[in-house]
Structure formats: C-alpha cells, structure tokens
Design a protein around this ligand. Structure first.
Ligand code: ADP
Ligand code: GLC
Length: 492
C-alpha cells in the first residue's frame, strides 16, 4: 500500500515537540510492516543544514492567489531514514532562521497562512503523482493544523487517495482571518460551517477534521475528551458530529532511540534486570551535568526530573509552586529542563537561585540532556492539564523513572497509580503515580506518596519492574493505523 505521510516536523531533521518523534517512528513502524511509505515535510533552513546530500526529485507549480510558485521537491539521503523523504523547498517560505512557526525573537511568522497553504497544496499534488514518477498515493496521512488543508485540496480530485488526519493537539488550531482567506483566494465553497469557517475566521485544523475520511487522535481518552467543551477548543460539536470517523490510537515510542540498554545519548546503559548500578551512575552524571555537588547523601535522596515545553498545557506553574512546599520537609532534588515562555523560564531561574542545593535547571532545547534526565532521575513530573498522548511519560516508564501524572488524555491511558481506589491498598500492576484534579495540592499529595514509596525499596523495585517491562513500541498501534488505511470508506 502506498502511503504519503505529511508532517511539519520530523525527528531528527526538525523537532519542537512530540509530533516530530511520532512523524519519524510511526512511518518507520509502518515500513517494517511492509507499507510503501514516503515522508514529506517543508525544507526548513535547519533541515537543509543537517542533511548530507539531496537530489532534485522534480518541480511543482502551485497556483495560489493569482501567482505561480515554482517549487523544488528534494529527495534526501540521511543515515537515520530507511524510507524516502521529500522536502518541499521554497526558499522564500521556509529557508529562514528561527523555528517553523516563529522568528528567533519569538513573534509568530506573519505569513504562515500562505506558507502552510502552499505546503498543503504541494503535498496534495505529490499524492496525485504530479512528479510523474509512477507513485500515486493510496492513502495520505496528514498531521496537525499545518497539513489540515491537504484533505481539503484533495476534495477537488475525483480519483483521490483516502485521507487520514491525525490530531496531535487541539490547542493549536491553525487559525487565520477571513481577510487572509480572501487574500489567498481559497475556494469559496470551503467557507461554511461545514467547511473551514470558525467563528468568522478559518481553521486549518478544522479543515483536516472536516475533509478527511478518517480522523484519529493520539490516545483513546483524548479522543473522548475532545468531544467535550473542556478539551475541544471550540471544535467539540464539529468532532461530536463526526464521531463515526474519529478514533484514538495510542502513540508508541522509538524503541531504538529510547532504550536504556542501547541509548547512545546516555553514559551508562541499564536494563530491567540490571538497572540499579546503571541508573545510579546516570543519576550521578545527571546531577554533575546540572552543576550539583554530588556525595552519597545526594545520590540516596530522591531526584525528580522534568523535561518539557514550558507552556500552560504542561502544568509547569504547579511544579513551580509545589517545589518550595516539598523542599520544606524533604531532602529531594529537582532537575528541570525546558524551554518556552519567557515567564516560566524566568521563574525557573528564580527558583534555582532560591534553592541552590536542591533545584537545578537547564533552559533551552537539548536532546542529549533530555535523555540523561530520563535515565538519571528517580521520578518524572508530568502534571499536564491536558495531554493528547505524551511521550515523556512513556520514555520515563521505559527508563524505570516513575512518572507522576495528572489523569488526563494519554497520561490516563498509560500510567497506573501505585494505589487502588481506596488510596491505601497497593496496586500490584501499578507503574507510577496518578492524581486529579490538576491542582498544586493534589500534585503535592502525589509527590508525597511517591517519596514515601521511594523509601520502601521492595515496593519501589516492584513499580520499576512493572514500568520497565511494559511494551511501549509501535506494533499494536501501527496495526490500528493500517486497519484505518485499508478499511475506512474513502469518502466522509
Ligand atoms: P509535546 O509534544 O506536547 O511537547 P510530548 O511528551 O509528546 O509533548 O513530546 C515532547 C518531546 O519533546 C519529547 O521527546 C521530549 O523529550 C522533547 N522535549 C521537550 N522539551 C525539550 C527540551 N527542552 N529539550 C529537549 N527535548 C525536549
Ligand atoms: C502533541 C501533544 C502530545 C503528543 C504529541 C505527539 O505535541 O501535545 O501529547 O504526545 O503531540 O502525538
């Protein structure tokens, strides 16, 4: 089966979050299952700088707003990829400093409506074999708002492939104004409540939901949550009316890149059977890397880690509030790694200055440090207010670093609390700590429970074994996608 997989981010070429990890690992898992799959993403400057070589696969002419854009399609060679990767190369749109969505100074690119409309149109043409290479997609799998218009453009084609759209996060709707819609001269028939229109603006995410034959999101619980006002970001009714084509498929992880027994980014390897010496050495390395003075006392004290985009979603404010409370009566240490809103970055700096022996931070994006935090911490904090799936709790489980999570989305589907409903009996199947509601108080209580069990090595070992023995790979979920590729009707 020929599948074109479109995403704005693909690890290791360009990553701002979990979308990039999934856009690498899922297509590879599908390839392992025998799928003839190709990836397509924009040729961002960072991507062009990181590839060893490329060839020109062909040219596309994209007509938009009375202008013709001549776009190069590059085919890259990269040691990490077993599958073909195409880049949509338009210097004017994608070859810039900064990240895909914003200028280095932090403001959003003002022309993203045009950039991702052209990208989407290019993807739809590639799917229809516009390069004339004898490869026409049977399925186009688009991801998040940046690719939402792919399905809308394919609506115009009679012999079109099946259109599958995955929502990784409802909070990013790809909203643009009506003026922008007119300026881009997008098809007038799209402008309706059953099309892309959303309260007087237009939404590329909504386009993906409306015009795709199947819509998936990245966990079963989030698939239910987004049909409610609390999580639907205004699109809950649109989703509720389309529940017949909506499903939740849990993300897997790349078990080569995120595997404590072979991870090339951590100094000491370990496995479920032989975890303690390796984890302890990584703990020491992590503390030292973050500038701590390490002695036996420090190594024995619980170490709580966090790796996160520093945004409202992730509940970073709760972590900032809870740390002084925890430090008032324990000897815990915290290592916090993240980047995002300047407000949170500054508060992290203030906290580290206030507790120089117990709070260590690293602001910025660094893949190797993220792996070290997962490997060296005892406990991982992930109190997200909402979490479509979440990958960090899965990495934590695989590394025997017990996660503390809020019961929501994919966190609820993957972490099982140490205690049964009564709050007293230990759950023999547990692999972490789950709290609700998303308040500092509930987080505090969950951390207290975790620290209590940390001191009881038999229980802790049992939880760690459960966590590390879990299967977090793609096998089951890749089959679920294949089922949708094969069996969903190719009209919505
Ligand atoms: P989201 O996509 O919402 O950010 P996920 O848990 O799905 O959440 O994925 C986050 C991914 O980004 C993980 O691979 C995590 O390790 C990585 N990540 C987040 N922040 C950083 C950072 N500052 N440095 C390195 N990696 C980070
Ligand atoms: C989004 C979500 C995250 C999910 C990731 C990959 O960034 O916030 O929960 O794991 O996409 O699907």
């Amino acid at each position: 089966m020929k599948v074109l997989f479109a995403s704005s981010e693909v690890w290791p070429l360009l990553k701002t979050g979990g979308l990039a990890d999934v856009s690498y690992s899922l297509p590879h898992a599908l390839y392992e299952e025998g799928t003839d799959i190709r990836l397509v993403m924009p040729a961002y400057r960072k991507v062009l700088e990181s590839i060893e070589s490329f060839s020109i696969a062909g040219w596309l002419t994209i007509e938009l707003a009375g202008k013709s854009h001549n776009i190069r399609v590059l085919s890259i060679t990269h040691p990490e990829f077993s599958i073909p990767v195409w880049l949509i190369d338009d210097q004017h749109l994608f070859d810039r400093e900064g990240n895909p969505y914003s200028h280095p100074d932090g403001y959003e690119w003002p022309d993203s409506a045009e950039r991702f409309t052209i990208f989407a149109k290019a993807v739809s043409q590639l799917a229809m074999d516009a390069l004339n290479i004898g490869w026409k997609a049977e399925v186009v799998h688009s991801n998040d708002w940046q690719t939402g218009l792919v399905s809308a453009f394919l609506e115009e084609e009679t012999e079109r492939p099946r259109r599958v759209f995955t929502i990784h996060n409802m909070a990013y709707g790809g909203y643009f104004s009506h003026d922008e819609f007119r300026h881009l001269q997008l098809p007038a028939q799209w402008w309706s409540a059953n099309g892309v229109e959303f309260y007087g603006n237009f939404s590329m995410l909504k386009a993906g939901i409306v015009y795709s034959d199947a819509v998936t999101t990245v966990s079963p619980t989030y698939a239910k949550e987004i049909c409610t006002p609390e999580f639907g970001c205004g699109l809950e009714a649109v989703l509720r009316h389309r529940q017949y084509k909506l499903s939740g498929i849990l993300n897997g992880i790349d078990t080569n890149a995120w595997n404590p027994s072979s991870d090339s980014l951590i100094p000491y390897h370990f496995s479920e059977k032989r975890r303690n010496p390796g984890k302890r050495k990584n703990k020491k390395a992590l503390l030292e890397a973050f500038g701590a003075h390490v002695d036996e006392k420090k190594l024995n004290a619980p170490l709580l880690g966090l790796v996160s985009r520093l945004v409202e979603q992730k509940g970073v404010d709760m972590v900032l509030e809870v740390i002084p409370q925890i430090l008032a009566n324990t000897d815990a240490t915290f290592v916090l790694k993240g980047s995002g809103h300047g407000f949170f970055e500054n508060r992290l700096r203030q906290l580290a200055a206030a507790y120089p022996e117990h709070v260590f931070i690293s602001i910025g994006y660094d893949e190797a440090e993220a792996h070290l935090v997962e490997a060296g911490s005892d406990i991982f904090l992930m109190p997200s207010r909402f979490e479509p799936c979440g990958l960090n709790q899965l990495y934590s489980l695989a590394y025997g670093t017990l996660p503390i999570v809020h019961r929501t989305g994919g966190l609820a589907d993957t972490v099982m609390d140490a205690y049964m409903e009564d709050g007293e009996t230990l759950n023999p199947e547990a692999n972490g700590f789950v709290f609700t509601p998303p308040t500092t108080e509930a987080l505090y209580q969950s951390i207290e429970k975790a620290l209590d069990l940390y001191a009881q090595k038999t229980h802790w070992n049992h939880l760690q074994r459960n966590a590390m023995n879990g299967d977090y790979g793609w096998t089951v979920s890749a089959q679920a996608y294949l089922d949708i590729y094969k069996n969903s009707p190719n009209h919505y």
